[in-house]
Design a protein around this ligand. Structure first.
Ligand SMILES: [Zn+2]
Length: 96
């Protein structure tokens, strides 16, 4: 893991294998498998869909300017990922 290029390649291979196994097991048990793009999951309000312009990694909680909902960054992201996984509807970067 001292070699950064080799470490990244090894980590990528592990993630690929985890994804492959999850997809395989999901198919075996008749479950739905979906990949979710993590972009904007933290900065999009899980209540109304309003998207913050930018949110720093140090911001752990925030309040939606549109609906006033208070969000924990990680829980909000998890709720958005669940919504995308369950409905296939993703939040994306909105045009200004
Ligand atoms: Zn909101």
């Amino acid at each position: 893991m001292k070699n950064k290029k080799l470490a990244k390649t090894t980590a990528d291979q592990h993630w690929f294998e985890i994804k492959r196994q999850l997809e395989y097991k999901s198919n075996c048990y008749g479950s739905k498998f979906a990949l979710v793009d993590e972009k904007y999951t933290s900065s999009t309000c899980s209540t109304c869909g309003y998207q913050l312009e930018k949110i720093g990694l140090d911001v752990r909680s925030w309040t939606c300017d549109h609906c006033g909902s208070a969000h924990d960054r990680d829980i909000n992201a998890a709720l958005n990922i669940r919504t995308v996984g369950a409905t296939g509807i993703a939040f994306g970067k909105r045009d200004k």
